[in-house]
Write a protein that binds this ligand. Structure first.
Ligand SMILES: [Fe+2]
Length: 240
């Protein structure tokens, strides 16, 4: 499970009984950091503006990371003090902000400048073959994925995932910052929160989705399709 992976350092810490009941030791917990983008803030223009990318990364994603670390530390303190009530009170924040960190970290890697080789569907031959097998053609898949994205009510995410067990491809949508945590491998995700497009597209959500197809990193998608869940989430390890 993804959250087990996300919380590994925390759980190991707790299981070792290494929680002597003070905040100084709780603050020794591993923390999560904002990952650097693999491209410049203006590299995805005109599909996504520099202003959006900079705010999205340095403000929105950073806030999820900061609040995740705060909630993990507060929950460790609560556990060390034997307060299950205070511990349980942090779980919602861990789920929301942990999901926000996971989703955005995966999303940045799903994008690439339109002029880069990675942005060509040819960079994902195995995945493209599987998509054609599942949906009939890439265009059919793109239409289906687009419809799912535009059908999200409120804030959320759309994902192409590789299903646990069967290895089949399917499209899932998740509300708010729910993350792909049910065993599936996330291959391609699209952020459908207004903060991802509103400054540039206003209420033109369909145009945002249309243009994002120009900047999909198909190399990343291919690697996730061929790999396992651990590969997809490798960059999400905490720093100790
Ligand atoms: Fe976002």
């Amino acid at each position: 499970m993804l959250f087990e992976s996300l919380l590994e350092p925390f759980l190991a810490f707790a299981q070792l009984g290494n929680l002597p009941g003070n905040t100084a030791n709780a603050s020794a917990l591993a923390t999560y950091v904002l990952p650097e983008l693999p491209y410049a803030y203006d590299a995805l223009e005109p599909s996504i503006s520099k202003q959006i990318m900079e705010l999205h990364h340095t403000k929105h994603h950073q806030a999820y990371v900061t609040n995740l670390n705060k909630a993990l530390e507060a929950s460790a303190v609560a556990l060390s003090q034997g307060s299950i009530a205070d511990f349980a009170a942090q779980l919602s924040a861990i789920r929301f902000n942990g999901g926000g960190h996971i989703n955005h970290a995966l999303f940045w890697q799903n994008l690439s400048p339109a002029s880069s080789p990675e942005a060509s569907p040819d960079a994902a031959p195995s995945l493209q073959a599987a998509i054609a097998s599942a949906w009939g053609s890439f265009d059919e898949f793109r239409s289906a994925f687009t419809a799912e994205l535009l059908g999200i009510q409120g804030s959320g995410w759309g994902w192409l995932v590789k299903e646990k067990g069967t290895g089949s491809l399917r499209i899932v949508t998740l509300a708010n910052q729910e993350a792909v945590v049910v065993g599936d491998t996330p291959i391609l995700g699209v952020d459908m929160w207004e903060h991802a497009y509103y400054l540039q597209y206003l209420n033109g959500k369909a145009a945002y989705v249309e243009n994002i197809w120009n900047i999909v990193n198909w190399k990343t998608s291919e690697e996730r399709f061929l790999g396992g869940r651990d590969d997809a989430f490798a960059s999400l390890r905490a720093t100790m």
